[in-house]
Design a protein around this ligand. Structure first.
Ligand SMILES: [Zn+2]
Ligand SMILES: [Zn+2]
Length: 329
């Protein structure tokens, strides 16, 4: 063998090692997660105080608050893993930069993270007869999944979820927020079981004009042509759609908005909506409930009804993730 061929061989070997090593080290290193925290400092809004509760009690309260307890056990288990991943990610990342409640890890308001309810609240919500049945069902979901979390390439994910995609499939995070994640991409939701995916509500022209800061006269004053027949005048034009086919940018009057902004301003169920003027009022028709990113809860119910386990359900909604069990302490 010539020196030259030998040297080329060495170089190729170095390149191969250089490219291959991260792959092999990823394959053999354990999941990069710190030890499981066992206590959660929870701020309770109504009582204006922080309580220390166990991770299990925290996950229990979130599943009870965020999902109908009548959902199948596998769906409740998926929700338990999602809730656990959510709080552990927050605890492991050292908390939020600007936490809304100093000294607390999280609170019980869904707008600041995840909703959480106490046993007393569960009793009120379900009635004392159903309480024991539902409490035990959720407790089983938490116990059966104890230690299980969702990871992407070894790191805990941000497991966002919503009530219903309306059957349209889920939305990519980057279409809704300014950031995307490789595991938060739109997927189909074949068994979405929302009993009322499409809903409508009526708002006055004045209210819509003021909430959207529209110029006076931007919306037609009346769509009523005849007292007895329904006349609908479209009030918005979709300029751009998301990949899943939801409105992304819309025009109302002379103004251009993101659909997400209009959803927030008008407090709509979802950003997948149409607006029409019907008999002098603004009729808003929405599909689905929530931001449509991550796990669709009604879709997760549908998967469980079709025999999917919690792990399979989770992997359907968060692309490329693993559901792993943290080592017991
Ligand atoms: Zn809060
Ligand atoms: Zn769905």
């Amino acid at each position: 063998m010539s020196i030259r061929r030998f040297l080329i061989g060495i170089i190729l070997l170095i390149i191969a090692l250089f490219l291959g090593l991260p792959y092999f080290s990823n394959m053999f290193s354990p999941v990069q997660i710190k030890k499981q925290q066992t206590l959660v400092k929870l701020y309770i809004h109504d009582q204006n105080k922080i309580v220390n509760i166990t991770l299990d009690d925290y996950v229990m309260g979130v599943v009870a608050a965020e999902m109908p307890a009548s959902f199948p056990l596998e769906t409740l288990k998926a929700q338990a893993v999602v809730a656990r991943t959510y709080i552990l990610k927050r605890l492991n990342s050292g908390g939020l930069l600007n936490p809304p409640h100093a000294g607390a890890d999280i609170c019980d308001d869904h707008r600041h993270g995840q909703a959480w309810i106490s046993k007393e609240e569960m009793k009120k919500r379900w009635g004392s007869l159903s309480y024991y049945y539902y409490y035990n069902k959720i407790a089983q979901a938490v116990k059966d999944t104890r230690g299980f979390v969702i990871v992407y390439k070894g790191s805990l994910i941000d497991p966002v979820y919503h009530s219903s995609c309306g059957g349209k499939g889920t939305e990519s995070a980057e279409e809704v927020w300014r950031f995307g994640e490789p595991y938060l991409v739109g997927v189909s939701c074949p068994y979405c079981s929302d009993p009322r995916p499409v809903q409508n509500s009526f708002l006055s022209v004045t209210k819509v004009s003021s909430l959207l800061s529209l110029n006076s006269g931007a919306l037609p004053a009346t769509g009523k042509l005849d007292g007895s027949t329904r006349s609908a005048v479209p009030l918005m034009k979709v300029i751009r759609y998301t990949h899943s086919g939801r409105p992304k940018e819309i025009k109302i009057g002379d103004n251009i908005y993101s659909a997400v902004t209009v959803r927030d301003l008008l407090n709509l169920r979802s950003a997948d909506f149409t607006m029409e003027l019907v008999n002098g009022e603004v009729e808003v028709t929405t599909r689905g409930y929530g931001h449509a990113v991550g796990m669709c809860q009604y879709g997760a119910k549908g998967f469980a009804d079709h025999g999917y386990s919690f792990g399979k359900i989770i992997k359907r909604y968060y692309k490329g993730v693993d559901v792993v069990k943290l080592p017991e302490r």
